[in-house]
Design a protein around this ligand. Structure first.
Ligand code: S3P
Length: 449
């Protein structure tokens, strides 16, 4: 693939340019995965749950609106501070209108699990990106449990779900490593009599399991030769209990990589979730030679957290083990940006799932890198990035309605020879509304050009 320089000169486009070192201490917003689950499970619990540190990104606000439409009282008391009065398992009401989940794949798929276990009919839709994403992966097991669906061709939104009452408990072996599918089956299994088992060939993020326990469900996890068995006892009494949401390691990834790449930088990102099943990027960056420390490790709200202290580092290319993909699935775009500046070649395999994220992230990442003058090779489920000390940049990158592509290439612009602009920054608000302000606070040159 070749490089055709296209200086970012279109007015109003968010543009990142190299400048002074990044310095300071920040906190990133609450974890997106945990925030969705907090609102959903609190709505199913009996009593009042207070949530601190909730992500107020658009994706999570869609989930809040959906849970309200289903009859729970969901209130914002202050920044990040929310309160949910749950209706109890089985107590959700049929929504009067279509539930618009915006850009949120996690919100839609987890909610489909909950709806599948309730005696109601609901309709879901979303934005153009979400309407392209496959929902078959959740509809298949949920239909086995007794729910009925009618969706557009290819199992895409808008769709109708008619819940089963009660759903059947099943044992389901995940055909793809997906925490969303696992969680949807478990959430439907809450309403099923008996035990619902999900077998994961490769462990995926376990926020649902941790939070189900927090609300009083019985859930056993056992590693066997054929994978991890997650066994939920159905029809528990879910009881309200306050929650604290840690900072999102997937959001922290952007200031962390920026600090590694901009010479002379030193940044602390406080209270970031360090759940092993989310931290594949940080393991990889350390293997690449990153000066990155987890300081003051502690626990908050049933999840491990730490302060991440990162200093600019000269990185070297590595081969990322494919079995690490579930623990860093959302971080490949920004890892690829880091790899572009590394000495040598970085090989990433097992990336098939990247093609069904908010965009085809494999293609979008490769295209963006090429536009910035980076040499890449890309295949059906792999990406090879050839690093170089000076990355030209000087491109306008297409973000394809994908917040992580947008943020990854702004990070690229902070370290490239020429500024990098993105075509659309609106989607950043789905997961990291304060991104631009926080990065500017660290000294980043982000401006509209
Ligand atoms: C998520 C799981 C992952 C991840 C997404 C959040 C979750 O998706 O990409 O951003 O909260 O369960 P998959 O389950 O499709 O891998």
């Amino acid at each position: 693939m070749s490089h055709s320089p296209a200086p970012p000169d279109v007015p109003g486009r968010l543009t990142a340019a190299a400048g002074r070192p990044l310095e300071g201490r920040i906190t990133v917003p609450g974890d997106k995965s945990i925030s969705h689950r907090a609102l959903m499970l609190a709505a199913l619990a009996v009593g009042r749950t207070g949530v601190e540190g909730l992500l107020e990104g658009e994706d999570v606000l869609r989930t809040a609106a959906a849970m309200r439409a289903l009859g729970a009282r969901v209130e914002r008391l202050g920044p990040g501070t929310w309160q949910v009065d749950g209706v109890g398992l089985g107590g959700l009401a049929e929504p009067e209108d279509v539930l618009d989940m915006g850009n949120a794949g996690t919100g839609s798929r987890l909610l489909m699990g909950i709806l599948a276990g309730h005696d109601l009919t609901a309709f879901l839709t979303g934005d153009a990106s979400l309407r392209r994403r496959p929902m078959n992966r959740v509809m298949a097991p949920l239909a086995q449990m007794g729910a009925t669906f009618a969706a557009r061709s290819g199992g895409r939104l808008p769709l109708m779900v008619q819940g089963a009452s009660p759903p059947m408990p099943i044992t389901y072996r995940l055909p793809v490593a997906s925490a969303q599918v696992k969680s949807a089956v478990l959430f439907a299994g809450l309403s099923a009599p008996g035990t619902t088992t999900v077998i994961e060939p490769e462990p995926t993020r376990d926020h649902s399991e941790r939070m189900l326990r927090h609300f009083g469900a019985r859930i056993a996890v056992e590693d066997r030769t054929d994978g991890r068995h997650v066994v939920l006892t159905g029809q528990p009494e879910l009881v309200a209990g306050d929650l604290v949401v840690p900072g999102d390691p997937s959001s922290a990834a952007f200031p962390v990589v920026a600090a590694l790449l901009v010479p002379g930088s030193e940044v602390t990102v406080a209270r970031v979730g360090t759940n092993d099943l989310r931290c594949g990027l940080y393991t990889t960056l350390r293997e690449m030679g990153a000066d990155l420390a987890f300081v003051d490790p502690r626990e908050e709200g049933g999840e491990p957290i730490a302060d991440l202290v990162v200093r600019a580092s000269r990185l070297k290319g590595v081969e990322v083990p494919p079995d690490r993909a579930p623990a860093m699935i959302d971080e490949y775009p920004v890892l690829a940006v880091a790899a572009a500046f590394a000495e040598g070649t970085t090989v990433m395999r097992g990336l098939g799932e990247l093609k069904v994220k908010e965009s085809d992230r494999l293609a979008a990442t490769a295209r963006g890198l090429v536009a910035c003058g980076v040499k890449v090779e890309v295949g059906d489920d792999w990406l090879i990035v050839h690093g170089q000390e000076r990355v030209p940049g000087g491109a306008l990158v297409e973000t394809e309605m994908d917040h992580r592509i947008a943020m990854a290439f702004l990070v690229m612009g902070l370290a490239a020879q020429q500024p990098v602009a993105i075509d659309d920054d609106a989607m950043i608000a789905t997961s990291f509304p304060a991104f631009t302000d926080l990065m500017r606070g660290l000294g980043a040159d982000l401006r509209r050009v």
